[in-house]
Design a binder for this molecule. Structure first.
Ligand code: ZN
Ligand code: ZN
Length: 116
């Protein structure tokens, strides 16, 4: 996956200085908050593999806050973007989701970011 350099934190909009922060898209404080939130958010609806994918999505800065609780996510191959929300997502798996079916991992990543 290609890495874009981010000049400002995706969460608090402060300027990012280190190369690591710029590739992650978050400053050290926000990155720590997100890691903690990934442990405390309500993620019981997801399996371990989905949570790993959600964390990877965040680490790749492939999920970007758009407005309120809505995020833009980039598909794994980088060719498409979807809109993800803690309860819904416009990706193919998200559109097929219904009660009783496991939601897609993009919604897990949205939950982690919102809990941070
Ligand atoms: Zn920040
Ligand atoms: Zn999705």
């Amino acid at each position: 996956m290609q890495h874009t350099a981010h000049t400002h934190c995706l969460r608090c909009r402060r300027p990012l200085h280190s190369a690591r922060s710029q590739s992650l898209g978050y400053g050290p404080t926000c990155a720590r908050r997100i890691r903690n939130a990934a442990r405390t958010a309500d993620l019981t609806a997801y399996d371990t593999r989905q949570l790993d994918s959600a964390r990877e999505l965040i680490e790749d800065a492939a999920i970007i806050p758009l407005r309120n609780a809505v995020f833009t996510v980039v598909s794994t191959d980088g060719t498409e973007t979807y809109l993800a929300h803690p309860a819904a997502c416009t990706c193919p798996a998200g559109l097929k989701a219904h009660p009783g079916r496991r939601p897609c991992y993009h919604t897990a990543a949205a939950r982690m970011l919102l809990a941070a």
